[in-house]
Design a protein around this ligand. Structure first.
Ligand code: ZN
Length: 273
């Protein structure tokens, strides 16, 4: 099977397949990408370190790891595992894998497959790679995945940037895209506590994509037990709202009263035409 040693990843400079040689991935034209000590490889073409290319920073990544380790999003993880076991892809990629919570669970459940975890945040990928050596971890953007055309049998995209054309490019005909978005009332109590009247439900997501058809869509919902202190703060820090918050709102987010929070995930399963 293609995977650990070559012919799955592509050179981000010329597009030719990369082969693992010692501690680097190298293409025929000798473009070379070193494997970091933690085991991941940085295939981002642009090394510029703007906020846009850097992705989630250390604080956010750590908050997410800490919170997810407590298992409150376990229902979503289990649902993704179940769906992927049903599809049984041999080669798959998690686009926007973050610190690898879902990726590692999927690789563990699909041991005969090869998974790739890709995220634009080096910080997140480093943390992911430290924990799990079975997945191929790469630093790459969702809109420029380092794999060839029609190579993947499944693609996972959980609370991450979506790139319709790129996803269509890398998936084989009949391949699966499993995408998770927040439903309108996801984290509603937390948003209300931080933003008060300014709190807005998430906009509904229209799952209509060129090159794909929607096979299944389901809600996966739960309410957390009462969370308090560091746990609540971690949950606030890992949301996209954190970075658009004012100083006052961030201060409020750091001293929230204990509360249960609604979790509401929209799971969309598409098949590549
Ligand atoms: Zn190359």
């Amino acid at each position: 099977m293609r995977g650990k040693n070559g012919e799955l990843l592509c050179c981000p400079v010329c597009g030719l397949p990369l082969k693992r040689e010692g501690s680097a991935w190298i293409c025929e034209k000798r473009h070379s990408f070193d494997v970091a000590r933690e085991g991941y490889v940085n295939l981002l073409c642009s090394q510029r370190s703007s906020q846009k290319t850097r992705g989630d920073d250390r604080l956010m990544v750590r908050a997410r790891r800490e919170f997810l380790e407590r298992g409150y999003y376990g229902l979503l993880r289990d649902e993704l595992v179940r769906l992927m076991q049903e599809k049984a892809p041999r080669i798959w990629l998690d686009a926007g894998c973050g610190e690898g919570y879902y990726t590692s669970a999927l690789q563990g459940a699909l041991s005969a497959s090869q998974g790739v975890g890709a995220d634009i945040s080096k910080e997140a990928v480093r943390l992911a790679a430290k924990r799990d050596t079975d997945v191929i971890w790469v630093v790459a953007a969702c809109h420029r995945l380092p794999v060839g055309d029609a190579t993947l049998e499944a693609l996972v995209n959980v609370f991450a940037p979506t790139a319709e054309e790129e996803f269509a490019r890398v998936l084989k005909k009949g391949g699966w895209l499993i995408r998770v978005r927040p439903l309108p009332d996801h984290l509603w109590e937390l948003k209300q506590a931080v933003y008060g009247d300014r709190a807005q439900p998430n906009p509904p997501d229209l799952p209509v994509w060129e090159g794909f058809h929607l096979k299944e869509q389901r809600a996966c919902c739960a309410t957390t037990p009462v969370l308090a202190g560091e746990e609540l703060e971690a949950l606030f820090c890992m949301t996209p709202y954190y970075y658009t918050s004012s100083a006052e709102e961030r201060a409020r987010g750091a001293s929230l009263p204990p509360m249960s929070v609604r979790l509401a995930f929209d799971i969309q399963v598409f098949e590549r035409n």
